[in-house]
Design a protein around this ligand. Structure first.
Ligand SMILES: Cc1cc2nc3c(=O)[nH]c(=O)nc-3n(C[C@H](O)[C@H](O)[C@H](O)COP(=O)(O)OP(=O)(O)OC[C@H]3O[C@@H](n4cnc5c(N)ncnc54)[C@H](O)[C@@H]3O)c2cc1C
Length: 559
């Protein structure tokens, strides 16, 4: 029997991200993945701004970006009837390079670039996972085991005993861990075994994903470089996704009601959507279904559920993996804190309280995007009719797509999620800013992502956040006294706290209060214009040592 603090089940992007977050914190884990290696069939391609901020914190953002589309590749999204026929509409978005050093013109076109150093980074999941895997393997604390599946587990008051089986040799291994995290995907057996049901709507749509190579593809249309090429026609509707920016793509062919998956011929489907007999080498084919489902509970005793095991999306918007990596970040520091001894029980309870509402919010938004784009496909046949019917259908489709712009630029979704009813974030009584999928409103309100702002030295304020809590203090006053107040209280409790006094007027304006306590995951735990009377009580609360409500809601005034 092997003993390890955490067993991560599943080596998709979420399990790998969790192993990275634990590895960074020196927390021992085994990651067991039943496949012999990475899943080479690409699925996700949008790595959202918030996810890139986490990768930046880990020091791998550039590696991730370089694994994806060429850095100068525009993240455009083009809508056509068929690729070799008509362009109906286009969203033009800047390349990774342009986002990293945006011109004044780009900033005025896309103010979202002021809210993060990242916008949309286009990296196929099959190219992202090897970067995460390499990074996870760089930590002594992380033991990645491909080819091992979880077959069985039981939990008791002190831990979880799990049986892993080597997929080829059938060798068996018992693992005793303090916590098990199920990152085992949409068909999660861990979730099923725990009897956790899924709430929401299943089977919103069915698709066949075809991964192919075609040197012809970029030569045989006149649309230029784009990340997504939508084909809105009745015969073979779907969307092409650029994978390497040269000759590999996926085609996500929508399966119509009454049509069977087995009747879809991958090459014929691609050629029909293209309207040219382009040459293709089919690399892999995977059917999949779109859902709007969330697990009713994300924690059962010592077992946590994360990623697709916890929430199933329609990919419209590109939220599934990004939300799952958000789960991994939220859970990673909390598990590490509890295992290291400075985190309390409420920290682990806060995982469900914080992430379940985000899962509901994001799956709902993705499904809304899906429902809004369906009518465009319903008009597809008319769009190919001779004018004037064709022209009128195409302009109606274009109008509908333009109105649904939130689907393609969801900065509010990626940066604006907030932990409203968390037992470890201390509300200050201020109202919640609007939660608009497209528009992110920067705020230091407790539970929110601490806002990004560029400092004079060229760094983002996010770069100042440490591995523990960070107290950001703006304005005048005795910085040494304030630092001693927070850092010494943390030291006495064993809770890591660092201190940053910033004189920058922009930070003071954006951070709204003189004292803002930022958690290890970059969310605000507490804020106030004065230090709390009892700093130790505040730190105990945000580190999960008090049950929710055991301390008064606003330590600034009450402690
Ligand atoms: C066409 C398409 C496009 C998408 N685009 C985007 C996008 O642009 N952006 C985005 O954010 N999301 C996107 N998604 C969603 C994204 O692919 C998923 O959300 C993501 O794969 C979830 O990661 P995961 O690690 O939770 O699960 P998975 O990737 O499903 O990984 C789970 C792993 O667990 C392993 N496993 C299962 N059972 C066991 C066991 N008993 N023992 C050991 N291992 C086990 C499996 O083998 C698997 O490798 C897209 C999805 C599709 C289908």
């Amino acid at each position: 029997m092997i003993e390890v603090p955490v067993l991560v089940v599943g080596g998709g992007p979420v399990g790998l991200a969790l192993a990275c977050e634990l590895g960074l914190r020196g927390t021992g884990c085994i990651l067991a993945e039943q496949r012999p290696g990475i899943n080479e069939h690409p699925r996700a391609n949008v790595v959202a701004s918030r996810t890139m901020e986490h990768f930046h914190r880990w020091g791998i953002a550039d590696r991730v970006a370089r694994a994806g589309l060429p850095l100068d590749y525009p993240v455009d999204i083009v809508f056509t009837t068929r690729l070799a026929r008509r362009e109906i509409f286009r969203f033009s978005f800047p390349s990774y390079e342009d986002c990293r050093s945006p011109s004044a013109a780009k900033l005025s076109q896309l103010p979202d670039l002021l809210q993060s150093r990242y916008f949309k980074t286009s990296v196929a999941q099959s190219d992202l996972e090897p970067v995460l895997l390499d990074f996870a393997r760089s930590f002594d604390a992380v033991d990645v085991r491909f080819g091992w599946r979880l077959d069985d587990f039981t939990q008791d008051d002190d831990g979880v005993t799990a049986r892993l089986t080597q997929s080829v040799t059938e060798e068996s291994l018992l693992v005793r861990c303090r916590y098990l995290v199920a990152c085992d995907g949409g068909r999660s057996e861990v979730r099923a075994r725990l009897g956790v049901s899924l709430d929401g709507e299943a089977d919103l749509g069915q698709f066949v994903g075809v991964h192919f190579r075609s040197p012809d593809f970029m030569r045989r249309h006149a649309l230029g470089r784009a990340t997504l090429y939508w084909a809105m026609n009745r015969e073979s509707p779907g969307v092409f996704i650029a994978i390497n920016g040269r000759d590999t793509f996926t085609f996500q062919r929508s399966v119509a009601p009454g049509e069977s998956v087995s009747s879809i011929r991958p090459l014929a489907a691609i050629q029909a959507a293209f309207d040219e007999p382009i040459e293709c080498e089919i690399l892999s084919v995977q059917p999949w279904k779109a859902h709007q489902l969330v697990a009713e509970r994300l924690r059962i005793g010592r077992v946590f559920i994360a990623g697709d095991a916890a929430h199933l999306f329609v990919p419209t918007g590109g939220f599934g993996m990004n939300t799952g990596i958000g789960d991994a970040v939220d859970l990673g520091w909390k598990l590490a804190a509890v295992i290291d001894g400075w985190g309390g029980a409420a920290l682990l309870d806060s995982y469900h309280a914080e992430r379940h509402p985000v899962a509901v919010r994001n799956t709902t938004e993705a499904a809304d995007n899906y429902r809004k784009i369906r009518p465009a496909f319903a008009r597809a046949q008319d769009a190919e009719a001779p004018d004037p019917l064709g022209a009128s259908a195409r302009s109606e489709i274009a109008r509908g797509i333009a109105e649904g712009a939130k689907h393609f630029a969801a900065t509010g979704i990626h940066l604006g999620y907030r932990y409203e009813s968390s037992p470890v974030c201390i509300p200050d009584g201020t109202p919640s800013p609007p939660d608009d999928p497209q528009v992110y409103v920067p705020t230091s309100r407790p539970g929110s992502r601490a806002p990004h702002v560029m400092l004079d030295d060229g760094r983002s304020i996010l770069d100042l956040f440490g591995a523990g809590f960070t107290l950001i203090r703006t304005g005048e006053g005795d910085a040494d006294r304030d630092e001693a107040l927070f850092v010494n209280a943390g030291r006495e409790l064993g809770i890591p706290v660092s201190f940053q006094a910033l004189g920058d007027a922009q930070v003071a304006r954006l951070y709204e209060r003189r004292f803002v306590l930022v958690r290890p995951d970059g969310h605000v735990a507490w804020r106030g214009d004065q230090p709390p009377v009892d700093v130790a009580a505040l730190l105990r609360r945000v580190a999960g040592h008090d049950e929710a409500g055991a301390t008064p809601p606003n330590p600034e005034t009450a402690l």
